[in-house]
Design a protein. Sequence first.
Length: 295
Amino acid sequence: MVVTGAGGGIGRDFALAMAAAGAKVVVNDIGTSVKGEGRDAGPAQKVVDEIRAAGGQAVANTDSVAEWESASKIVSTALEAFGRLDVVVNNAGILRDRFFFNMSIEEWRAVIDVHLNGSFYVSRAAAPHFKSQQSGCYVHMTSTSGLVGNLGQANYSAAKLGIAGLSKSISLDMAKYHVRSNCIAPFAWSRMIGSIPTETEDQKARVEKLKSMQTVKIAPLAVFLASEDARDVTGQIFAVRANEIFLMSQSRPLRSVHRAEGWTPETISSQAIPALKAHFYPLDRSQDVFSWDPL
């Protein structure tokens, strides 16, 4: 199996838990900063050493998910080392937080490239192998920043909501080949989350709440989704917050209005919008929806 971004945080916990469950793991991490700067082979190799010391099997890979050619090498590493590939966990990520009106093109592209394009590239590289062996499993990391909303994360939010759409498309396109695809939105204190600004009291309170949530709590769901016990689970979006597991909703119609003679801008204003307005979503952020303390 492949776990991207597995040199630390949630990815490391995934790799260790998968190995403990008997998986042979490609630990992928290019060893960058949270912002995607620099490279270091050390983090991936350190996790491999941990797995081997515990009696498991693992190899390190430091290729980037953000380019098609290098992402394909991650899949090749699994095939060369272990002879087959059964599970892909798309976990690699960076943050370049900035309010939308100040966000640079580079900040937008960097986050989209790693999260959304990276998830596609690695998944797509594995697809022919999954298809030919008539089995396979994808676990993608999404976020309530995209599913619900958050301030200062237009790039990250768009990428993470895009990943939810990507996962659903994979689950539909590959169902007849017995290939599954699901998402996890994690709530946990990690190196990446540690870069969230804490300038306001609201931000400080949110970060303190996140600090109480351990990354290791996310791993059991990922291990389950990768297992044969989850053979009937596909196309779903889960969230994990400490000891809570949520099944997240997916977009469906809430309310409709009909006018036999058709609509004009004026009748939309006077009839349609008043009828629909009670169902409008407020400008909620993730912490507004998940407002209670972690359990």
